[in-house]
Unconditional design. Structure first.
Length: 197
């Protein structure tokens, strides 16, 4: 019975994640059409508004999902009142990557007024996931250009020139008051979660 409840809970949570992505994906499709009809000067501002709306929606949807799934218990701690750049200094979140859930937790656990400022470096193969990839592009997340294909963890080599450009944009975002986040392991941790891979 416990095994069934565990599987049922995981399926229910997964279904909730997929259902939460559907409205966001719909917005990205409509936004692409609207953006195509805008002048070049208005596109950047429109993109920022779409990005902020998508992030706010996903943060609230995923927070609600965690609340309606009582078998998932989250505890957050902050020993610093200057959390996520409220001190005025550049802020970068560096996190261990234990599971795909880490990505879902990274932004929603931040204070709501800072969530739209968070930009995450994401492996390029994650952008191929239906629904999620389009939403991540619309939000403006940066693709880490790994040379290897999805699932091949034998090499974490990246396309050097493309990565330098991504890091330049990422650094500008952080220096401009935004929050940067990434999982430096380059993949989900396959070993001891307390040891950086």
């Amino acid at each position: 019975m416990v095994a069934f409840a565990n599987v049922f809970g995981k399926c229910l949570f997964g279904l909730g994640l997929v259902l939460s992505l559907l409205p966001a994906w719909g917005v990205t499709v409509v936004a692409r059409v609207v953006k195509a009809g805008l002048s070049e000067s208005r596109r950047a501002n429109f993109q920022l508004k779409v990005s902020a709306w998508l992030i706010a929606y996903l943060v609230l949807a995923w927070r609600a999902l965690f609340r309606i799934c009582p078998w998932i218990q989250l505890q957050t701690f902050s020993s610093d009142e200057h959390f996520l750049g409220e001190s005025g200094r550049p802020t970068v979140l560096v996190m261990n990557h234990l599971s795909f859930l880490d990505s879902v937790l990274a932004v929603p656990m931040a204070p709501l007024h800072r969530c739209a400022d968070v930009r995450v470096l994401v492996a390029n193969y994650v952008f191929a996931i239906p629904l999620l990839g389009g939403v991540m592009r619309a939000i403006g997340l940066a693709e880490v250009p790994f040379k290897a294909s999805a699932g091949d963890f034998s090499s974490l080599a990246v396309e050097k020139d493309a990565m330098e450009e991504k890091l330049k944009v990422f650094a500008e975002h952080v220096q401009g008051g935004g929050v940067g986040a990434w999982f430096p392991e380059g993949m989900r941790n396959r070993g001891d979660p307390l040891v950086l891979q």
